[in-house]
Design a protein around this ligand. Structure first.
Ligand code: ADP
Ligand code: MG
Length: 216
């Protein structure tokens, strides 16, 4: 039996900090991907949003992890103008609500929180797998996390599987035609480009995996 890892507010703060660093270090890539099939602001939106999240957490760190995630979600919604702000904002807010007021959470609660996050994105954006959006990375990642945990893997192992699935999902967007968001206006011209939102989603999950593995 893998040792049951317990996660807490420190995990959330470290995950958000690592996500902000990932957005910053991949900002130009995300801008280039969005310039090809959108309006070129995705790297700017995500960097601004996660920097605002880190600042909000700095001001208010002494809360349970669920409350912190709700604060992160609210901050993203108000700091980011593009589609990704409300989508990721609602996602983190729903994840926080799923965790509730507990001081700690385990692998099962993490899975439920990520499922709640994806449900918020689908509720708001109505995208399904294959529409060439962040859902193409998040949906298979969460399925892999669920399968890994059900097979008895540790949360670190199951998250590593989730990141691999997110990256595969991210790459799977290249040949797709966009059916949601700004890229859908391009019709067939959106084919042949990797979706920026799927790319940042894979980076955010990789940040979570490294955080939980203690590498951050
Ligand atoms: P905008 O398109 O408003 O400029 P961003 O550039 O920040 O916003 O984000 C674009 C990304 O948002 C896309 O690459 C896609 O992954 C994601 N996205 C757009 N619309 C949707 C939607 N309806 N559902 C899920 N994700 C979406
Ligand atoms: Mg954009």
């Amino acid at each position: 039996m893998p040792v049951a890892i317990r996660m807490n507010s420190t995990t959330v703060i470290a995950w958000m900090g690592e996500s902000a660093r990932e957005m910053r270090s991949h900002r130009d890539l995300l801008v280039q991907l969005d310039a090809a099939i959108g309006d070129g602001d995705h790297g700017i939106n995500m960097t601004r949003g996660f920097d605002a999240v880190v600042a909000a957490l700095d001001g208010d760190p002494a809360q349970p992890p669920g409350r912190l995630l709700i604060l992160c979600g609210r901050t993203l919604i108000s700091a980011v103008g593009g589609a990704s702000g409300p989508l990721w904002g609602s996602a983190l807010r729903n994840a926080g609500r799923s965790l509730g007021d507990a001081a700690e959470f385990d692998a099962g609660a993490l899975l439920a929180a990520l499922q709640a996050a994806l449900a918020a994105i689908v509720d708001l954006g109505a995208a399904v797998v294959g529409d060439k959006t962040m859902v193409d990375a998040l949906d298979p990642a969460i399925a892999a996390l669920r399968a890994g945990l059900a097979a008895g893997q540790s949360v670190e192992e199951a998250l590593a599987g989730a990141v691999a699935a997110a990256e595969e999902g991210m790459r799977s967007t290249v040949p797709l035609q966009a059916r949601k968001g700004r890229a859908s206006y391009l019709g067939e011209r959106s084919i042949g480009h990797q979706d920026p939102g799927a790319t940042s989603a894979a980076l955010i999950l990789a940040a979570l995996q490294r955080t939980v593995a203690g590498a951050v």
